[in-house]
Design a protein. Structure first.
Length: 349
């Protein structure tokens, strides 16, 4: 449209028109490519000035070229620079409209007024759109980081579960293998039975790995207590447990976490305690459920309280706001405590 009005001119005015049009194209190109705030302001000011000159000097319809400048104002990141650019642009458009109206060349003022208002308000919409795009980009980046964190946490969880699950089972296989070696000469008939037990334990380990990978295995406290009794008896450690009726019906997540902790405790007793007996007791208090595992072994040195398995237990219990306490002297007492929901009795309802 501005080129159409310049073509109809002649002489010096036509030359000026072509130069202004060329400068407008250059400013349009530079505003897209420049990264300097100083040069951006320069090219934007030049473009607005060209719009004013085109509108006053050639044809009032050239004022619509201001929509290009409005677009670039909307892309200004700094709020301060945006406000100054918008005020300058609004002043230039209002000045142009008033000048054209005073000159009497703007035949239909009401026709141009709505477009001028939209032109001045356009940078707000463009800025809002850019902010939304920026937020979406940040959200996508945050989601990518969350995915990385989830993957990292999942690796840690799998490593911890492998340690707790396979460590327990492999310890049992080791004990059974040692038993086979001791009775091979004196009781050869029993070797076959023990070998069958080792096979069953190995199959159980394979099944545990499959369930662990598929993330379908739900561990219960009762099951882990039964497994703990098996591994302790295989190590010639007597297992003593309080009445199971004291066990609460905990949610699956708490059952799983407490069960994995019991597995780790049983494995540590077999490996390190040199105990003869193991005692498991339960305690129900208002809002808490505790399981204590006590052995009569050699105890635990204080500087070994935060070993690989115990730190994993603390991490698990932290997920359900549980806690782990260790007391060591003549033997070791490990207590796992988890919160429970207390259901109030509704009286008179």
């Amino acid at each position: 449209m501005p080129l159409f009005y310049v073509i109809n001119e002649s002489g010096l005015k036509a030359i000026i028109g072509y130069l202004l049009l060329l400068l407008f194209f250059i400013s349009y190109r530079q505003l897209y490519s420049t990264t300097s705030d100083k040069w951006f302001s320069f090219w934007l000011a030049l473009q607005i000035m060209i719009v004013v000159l085109f509108s006053i000097g050639f044809d009032p319809n050239n004022i619509f070229m201001g929509f290009f400048s409005a677009n670039f104002i909307g892309w200004i990141g700094s709020q301060k620079h945006f406000n100054w650019a918008l005020l300058s642009f609004a002043a230039a458009i209002i000045f142009t409209v008033i000048t054209l109206f005073v000159q009497g060349v703007m035949d239909n003022f009401i026709y141009f007024l709505p477009f001028a208002v939209v032109m001045i308000g356009a940078p707000f919409g463009i800025r809002s759109m850019n902010e939304r795009m920026s937020l979406e980009k940040q959200l996508n980046q945050a989601n990518d980081q969350i995915k990385d964190f989830i993957k990292r946490e999942e690796r840690v969880r799998i490593a911890r579960d492998l340690h707790d699950t396979l460590g327990h089972t492999l310890s049992l296989i080791t004990l059974q293998s040692q038993l086979v070696q001791r009775i091979a000469d004196k009781h050869p008939d029993c070797v076959k039975v023990e070998a069958k037990e080792i096979e069953m334990t190995a199959r159980s380990a394979l099944q545990q790995v499959r369930e662990l990978v598929s993330d379908m295995r739900a561990i219960t406290i009762v099951e882990e207590l039964a497994d703990a009794e098996q591994i302790l008896q295989a190590a010639n450690i007597q297992f003593h447990m309080a009445d199971e009726t004291e066990l609460l019906d905990l949610p699956p997540l708490q059952q799983n976490i407490v069960g994995m902790c019991l597995r780790e405790v049983a494995t540590n007793i077999v490996k390190h305690s040199q105990a003869q007996n193991c005692f498991v007791t339960f305690r129900n208090t208002r809002g808490n459920f505790s399981i204590s595992v006590q052995d009569d072994g050699i105890g635990v040195a204080e500087n070994t309280y935060e070993g690989n398995g115990l730190s994993g237990m603390r991490e698990r219990l932290a997920l359900v706001e549980g806690k782990l306490t260790i007391e060591s002297g003549t033997g070791t007492i490990v207590t796992v405590t988890v919160p429970v929901i207390v259901k109030e009795e509704m009286v008179g309802l």
